[in-house]
Ligand binder design. Sequence first.
Ligand SMILES: Nc1ncnc2c1ncn2[C@@H]1O[C@H](COP(=O)(O)OP(=O)(O)OP(=O)(O)O)[C@@H](O)[C@H]1O
Length: 549
Amino acid sequence: MTEVRRLLRLCHPMRWKIALGVLLSVIVILSNVALMAVSGWFITAMALAGLGKMTLEFFTPAAGIRGLALLRSGARYLERLVSHDATLAVLARLRPWFYKKLVPLAPARLQGLRHGDLLARIRSDIDALDTFHLRILGPGLAALISSVIIVAAFALVSPGVAVMTALGLLLAGVAVPLLVRRATLGAGSALSSARAELQSGTGDLTRGFEELRVLNATGAQIDRLRALSLRLIAAQRRPAWAAAAGTALTNGVGQAMTLGAALILLPGAAAGEVSGPIFAMLVLGAMASVEAVSSLPGAFAAWDATLASARRIFALTDQTPAVSEPAMPETPRGNAVRFEDVHFAYDGGSPVLDGFDLTLQEGRCLALTGPTGAGKSTVLALLQRFHDPDRGFVSLGGTDLRRIADATLRQRIAVVEQQVQLFNATIAENLRLARPDADEDRLWQVLEQAQLAAEIRAMPEGLKTRLGELGTRLSGGQARRLGIARALLVDAPVLLLDEPTEGLDSATEAQVIAALATLIRGRTVLLVTHRPQALALADRQVVIGGARA
Ligand SMILES: Nc1ncnc2c1ncn2[C@@H]1O[C@H](COP(=O)(O)OP(=O)(O)OP(=O)(O)O)[C@@H](O)[C@H]1O
């Protein structure tokens, strides 16, 4: 139930919109019941008046019927408008909320998750949460409020019919939905995991088109996708069946309520205590009143899946970040880097660093080399404070990283990775991630320094060229140099270079090295590389997992 409380808290800022949606739903339900009841009364009264058995003032009820019909349609339209607006507002709030929660968890706590799984949580699970107030919270409240009003109104005319209606509504609004919920128990987690699997399978297929074609493995992947689709359909089947059966049962209860009202009123009608028009009014009113609870079986069918999605989301956001912000942050004096007796292992694994020492003086460039798996990237990760050492400390300007605020550290350290992360935006936008206020002159300046300006000028749209997903419109060397331009824009005094020329041919490598030579000037640089050309940039080389050079 804690998930429900937490979902309610997330909906809290939208409470007035949600309340307005509920109010409009109540108006729809009540106007419908009133419309049926008044129509029943009116038709019977007209018939009796036609037989000369009563006199009838025609205009008021006829106008009332028209008014109720208009009210019902208008309120239904507004209810849809308001409820969907509230849903979109909730979703618009949930996505950034979730993303903000993820940021401090990256990368340490998200490494175990596949890209597709994360995407599924951001997309499907968050989307599934809209069910909570659109199909569960709103209809549940509207059902409760309108049921109470209907029963109270019936009680004024016939306590017997009121009691029967109350029982009918309890049956259709509580017992039937509980049955539906029982039938769908466990289906929710199957559904959300099938959805996530399909999403990540589709992602693999679209990202890996080229490789799959070359490997002639497209057929197998499509079969996998088909199997995942069938799994999703199978997972959807049970909740769909249960909801449909629930609707049928609810309608059945509605028919029984009609019959029940007639049976209760018959003796009174026979004795002349209940007039014909009142008889028709109550019978049709009882029939229509089941609408108050008719959406609840669907709501309960969706309940399990919604809670499963909520659980998956909260499981992620509840994780504590791998590192915490200092209570009293200090400003590092200078930019020298030191690792002192650093011991580190990834979550319970075997030690990666075991008493590691390193001194990098301010303004120097140190190359870190060593065999694969020796821990070079781990050293860079520790210096970016993605993790804290298990023992020993890492310092910048003489201050332990644990005492430096995250924002200060990000201003001090720029990174150029082997795989430069580019976004499906323009070149200018990709650059301005590093410095949103940089003007065009500044962008061209860093592009010149990164030896990329001429190539971008030759593109028809220049800085406005869109890079495509993951920067696919650029060659490997261009992407690297764009990464270097971005790092130049950060203008941080400390620079981490992780295999910046790996995988490039020697001509492209020479271009990238020239760009790097500009970038590292005057900065404190830790360079991870095996490439002799890149090694030449360094003043000193340290071999990790081997002898000191
Ligand atoms: N996120 C992680 N979780 C668990 N173990 C990890 C993680 N990242 C790296 N490792 C392990 O830590 C060890 C050091 O890895 P690291 O990537 O730091 O080495 P490296 O020297 O940079 O290797 P390479 O030259 O291949 O990039 C390896 O055994 C690796 O499997």
